[in-house]
Design a protein around this ligand. Sequence first.
Ligand code: ADP
Length: 339
Amino acid sequence: MIIIENVKKIFQTKTGNLTAVDDVNLKINEGEIFGVIGYSGAGKSTLIRMLNGLEKPTSGKLEVSGKDIASIQGKELRHARQKIGMIFQHFNLLWSRTVAENIAFPLEIAKVSKFERQERVQELIQLVGLEGKENAYPSQLSGGQKQRVGIARALANNPTVLLCDEATSALDPETTDSILELLLGINKKLGLTIVLITHEMHVIRKICQRVAVMEDGKVVESGDVLEVFKNPQTPITKKFVGQGTEQQDTKETMNQLLKKYPSGKVVKLTFVGDTAEQPIIQSLLQNVQLTVNILHGNISQTQNGSYGTLLLHLDGTEESIDEAIQYLNQQRVGIEVVN
Ligand code: ADP
């Protein structure tokens, strides 16, 4: 569906050449939700802009739905771009137009008749849950509603791919969740391929099936979301795995806990999905002769399993503690011995 092969983008700047995207190779399957995560400056936006034909790669191949986006131009590129929808962090709506007029805009450009436009706009309004807001102006809408307009507009020409450029970064957590659920629903209903870029781990965990981690223009890791985050190979991926849990596992809490339990070992378990902590802890207690204290937990449940960290204090003989650590190592959890 999307093939990115040896793609490089070098910008010429006043201070010299800047490699924004450095030899990236990715294959994104039809109908999947693929996430690209990285910190600011990693090259995510440049990559997604190239997928949308807004930017040409310096070298390499970019194929979207069988079209070589990088080499076509003019009318052919315009047609190909109509089948690639895009939504943005700051919505990019036309402020002087109503909700209905914003959604109809790409249809006007595609020269769709007025009657068809009106029908299509109504369908899209329903799809994104904006009934009753047809005649409102963007300034009268909440952030979440503005992004719903952005999504409806992006879907107007029935695209096969939807590109999301930090689409929830300007929204509060609750609204973020509702927009992600909407995207998930649209993916399921329409079979649309979604590529989203973000710097937020939560976004990836919530809806993506596969992920690529970007740093300095390069993809440093990619694969199934659960696999990549269960067994992170690079420091940057490890940082993302800890995102959202580190606030509560402050050094202070850790030090206090370690003082309280001078004997035995404290282990930190990281749950990254499709596991539940209860059975693991229960079977640990059944199989190993030691005392287990649950010190501190920050676990949340999602439809994909548990996410978060759990600190356990294991007390007993050295052998039984080793045995417990070995047992935990075999489970689908991250494990780190803290002391
Ligand atoms: P991200 O989306 O991950 O924050 P970007 O793709 O925006 O990263 O940027 C990657 C690098 O490319 C940054 O160093 C940025 O300053 C640079 N860059 C992006 N666009 C341009 C441009 N049009 N001209 C020059 N440098 C650019």
